[in-house]
Write a protein of this length. Structure first.
Length: 499
């Protein structure tokens, strides 16, 4: 089996583009977990419109990221690593800031979806146990929902720790489960005659409505931009050039369709759930209306399977992000390690511990999302600006996939748009009714912590001085060029290098 040259124990080149597509199917799962909040806060029509806008941005950004992914086929860790390449000659601290922001954005999927699965299980099968405190000491309040969520995190860790291929096969099975609730919600209420335009509402008005829309577009980025996960696995595709591009683009297209059809079906078929049930419990009532109470349990089980798929994809992505950060000397070197199954097991264990603590100490899914999304949107800002800087600073670097000039303009546009979302999101942590200034502090603290670990790595472990500008090559090294040439030979006839 061919391998991507990364370290003595190497990441295996075992994936095809369709494996990346299945991994990217986690994105509709993100929307499923967050949809109820948006229908309740924005009005159903406004929620559908904003989901479509956000998903369209995610789709177009995925096209842009295919270029940088193909430029560095030896770099695991996704878009934050490409951002570092673009910025390192100007301001090297962008590397750890973007990389840790990207990591926390993906890592918290485990706690958010673990909590959502716990809510769904208790609401559907054990309603009498919903919210009961198993343990409470005034600070820590543990419910059966929390225990189910923590159990899911441990199972996902076990699936990933033994190699990517077993996790991908489980993803295929749970991906089928995802299609069941997607299809039922998207089309079921039309078929049953339960869809009604009277449920379509728009509550946004004036500057207050605009501000709320900006904050929710900031939060939606965590859901709809996530198709870039396909770029994280670039070194593990059989053919980086073809498989990365096709996985990114097909996954983004599927995510866009789901982001339009699923909210529209839910909005007209159910309406806006109450704030008390927005975290996930409202689905059990909705499914009972569409398919009947007897079949609702099966559909909820499929929904849980789809959320489990998202957790599998997320821990695989987040762990590779930590591994890639350590590989590029931006955090403690202990995380630059692959276990005997050729996966970053130590990084996966870090994810497991962090998310278990989040379930235990942060009660709201939206609060967790808000905290993590600060770093995630910053990572996209750095990645888009990194793409523009690489175009300027390294014009002679081989680009197996080179997007056309209009995409450069779009990259600049999305850079500004994401900055606007970020500014509104940071300035209004309490506007959703779930986030707090404490959550903002935690999100900023993660970024500050990344700088502390960066300094520790450089000064203590590597015994090097801190430099804010690092020398970079304008053309690949001999080893990088050999890998790029090898990838070019693997590309089948007819694969275009530009779009």
């Amino acid at each position: 089996m061919a391998v991507a040259v990364v370290e003595e124990r190497q990441l295996l080149k075992s994936l095809r583009w369709w494996d990346g597509f299945v991994i990217a199917m986690c994105n509709p799962g993100f929307m499923i977990a967050f949809l109820g909040y948006t229908l309740d806060a924005l009005g159903t029509t406004a929620a559908v419109v904003l989901w479509a806008i956000s998903a369209a941005i995610g789709l177009l950004q995925a096209w842009i990221y295919s270029e940088t992914a193909a430029m560095f086929p030896d770099k695991p860790g996704g878009i934050s690593l490409y951002a570092f390449e673009g910025w390192r000659s100007r301001f090297s601290l962008v590397g750890p800031l973007g990389a840790f922001g990207y990591w926390i954005g993906w890592s918290v999927v485990l706690s958010i979806f673990g909590k959502t699965i716990g809510d769904l299980v208790t609401a559907q099968w054990f309603p009498a146990e919903d919210g009961i405190k198993v343990f409470s000491d005034g600070v820590l309040n543990v419910t059966p929902n929390d225990l189910i969520g923590i159990g899911c995190i441990i199972v996902v860790w076990l699936l990933n720790i033994f190699g990517l291929r077993p996790a991908v096969w489980v993803s295929y099975v749970t991906g089928v489960g995802l299609l069941v609730p997607l299809v039922i919600v998207s089309f079921g209420s039309y078929i049953s005659g339960g869809w009604s335009s009277s449920r379509m509402t728009w509550v946004l008005s004036g500057y207050g409505g605009f501000k709320l829309a900006m904050v929710y577009l900031f939060l939606m980025a965590w859901n709809t931009y996530g198709v870039e996960i396909c770029a994280t696995f670039a070194p593990e595709y059989h053919n980086t050039k073809r498989d990365t591009a096709v996985a990114l683009r097909s996954g983004a297209t599927f995510a866009l369709l789901a982001a339009i059809l699923f909210p529209l079906g839910a909005a007209g078929g159910y309406g806006a759930p109450s704030a008390a049930t927005a975290e996930g419990e409202w689905y059990t009532t909705f499914f009972s209306h569409i398919v009947g109470s007897g079949a609702a349990g099966f559909v909820v089980a499929c929904l849980i399977a789809s959320l489990f798929l998202s957790m599998i994809s997320s821990t695989a992505d987040a762990s590779r992000a930590l591994y890639g950060i350590a590989r590029d000397d931006m955090t403690v070197k202990q995380l630059y390690h692959l276990n005997r199954y050729h996966v970053p097991g130590r990084a996966m264990t870090v994810d497991m511990v962090v998310n278990t603590l989040l379930i235990l100490f942060i009660s709201s899914n939206l609060a967790i999302l808000y905290m993590s999304n600060i770093g995630y949107v910053i990572a996209h800002v750095f990645a888009l600006s990194g793409f523009l800087l690489l175009r300027r600073d390294r014009p002679n670097w081989p680009r197996p996939i080179k997007v056309g000039s209009p995409w450069v303009v779009l990259a600049g546009l999305f850079l500004v748009v994401n900055l606007v979302f970020l500014i509104y999101g940071i300035a209004n942590p309490t506007l959703t009714g779930y986030g707090t200034w404490t959550d903002l502090g935690i999100g900023v603290g993660v970024l500050v912590g990344s700088l502390v670990l960066f300094v520790f790595r450089r000064v203590v472990q590597d015994k090097k001085p801190i430099t804010f500008r690092e020398p970079t090559d304008v053309v690949p090294s001999a080893a990088q060029m050999a890998l790029l040439q090898q990838e070019e030979k693997l590309a089948p006839a007819g694969v275009s290098a530009s779009s």
